[in-house]
Design a protein around this ligand. Structure first.
Ligand SMILES: [Zn+2]
Length: 206
């Protein structure tokens, strides 16, 4: 398998360990020379994932290497790669699921006034307003990919997209940057959701 499959598997295992990809949840990919996309296969238990659980697809989505089936959500990864992502990470966590449900009715959530926003590429102040679009979930991932296309076209500077009741897609110029973005978003979503538990008016993150 081309590229650096071990680096991607290390990311997969860390995402499992942090509670960002329990069970077979989530999928992870990185652009490799070709260019092609190295991506986790469908139905892989992230706890015990190995390089044998990765497959390679062309940017047209056609599988070129690996024995498993590409992740069902490959279409969304390829959409984000078309917008310039070099690595795409999809996390199913408790906090991103709750955040997605809190914001689903509004179609987006806004993160503002938090120092940890500076962990997102190109953000240098806590005063940054990070718009995270929220799209409806769909089992047809080509529909999901089209929805992601629409919200990225509308918010080309965003760093992540939530799928309602489902999870987070984030990406980066490298695998390291994409993984940092997962960590930053998971921190921010936990702050956002826990803030709702505090007495009314204690914390205003709007
Ligand atoms: Zn998913």
């Amino acid at each position: 398998v081309a590229g650096d499959p071990r680096a991607l598997i290390e990311t997969v295992r860390r995402m499992y360990a942090r509670g960002w990809a329990p069970g077979t949840g989530g999928n992870m990919s990185v652009v490799v020379p070709g260019p092609r996309l190295l991506i986790t296969a469908s139905g892989v238990d992230k706890r015990v994932a190995t390089v044998d659980d990765l497959v390679v697809v062309g940017l047209d989505g056609v599988q070129v290497a690996g024995t498993g089936r590409p992740s069902a959500e490959t279409a969304v990864h390829l959409e984000l790669v078309r917008w310039g992502a070099k690595a795409v990470l999809h996390a199913h966590s408790v906090w991103n699921t709750l955040a997605s449900l809190l914001a689903a009715g509004r179609g987006q959530l806004v993160l503002h006034g938090l120092e940890m926003l500076k962990g997102l590429a190109g953000v240098d102040t806590h005063e940054h307003r990070e718009v995270v679009p929220v799209v409806a979930n769909h089992q047809d991932t080509t529909v999901l990919a089209r929805a992601v296309h629409r919200v990225i076209a509308e918010h080309p500077r965003c760093h992540g997209v939530l799928v309602a009741g489902h999870g987070l897609y984030t990406w980066g110029a490298s695998l390291v940057e994409a993984e940092r973005h997962v960590e930053i978003f998971e921190f921010l979503f936990e702050v956002l959701v826990r803030a709702k538990e505090l007495p009314h008016g204690t914390v205003d993150l709007s």
